[in-house]
Design a protein. Structure first.
Length: 78
């Protein structure tokens, strides 16, 4: 059985920062007020995520997808 990686608060903060940036950029897109720089950042982030998807394979991607769906539900409930 694989061990879960140890909790790293610095990494968690880094991930949370990216998540907040993505959510804010999408909100700006919906409002029609997004900055070009933010669209570029979102594009780079999506391409990076796709590269990770290819590297890690379908099993880890399926777990990440479930995690993302849970995060999305949490955002809706806030």
């Amino acid at each position: 059985m694989k061990r879960r990686p140890k909790f790293d608060p610095a990494w968690r903060a880094h991930v949370d920062g990216h998540r907040n940036g993505v959510v804010l950029t999408i909100a700006d897109i919906r409002a029609g007020t997004v900055a070009e720089e933010d669209i570029d950042k979102l594009q780079n982030f999506c391409l990076f995520a796709l590269a990770l998807m290819q590297m890690e394979g379908p099993q880890k991607w399926a777990l990440a997808k479930v995690n993302a769906e849970i995060m999305s539900l949490n955002l809706e409930n806030q």
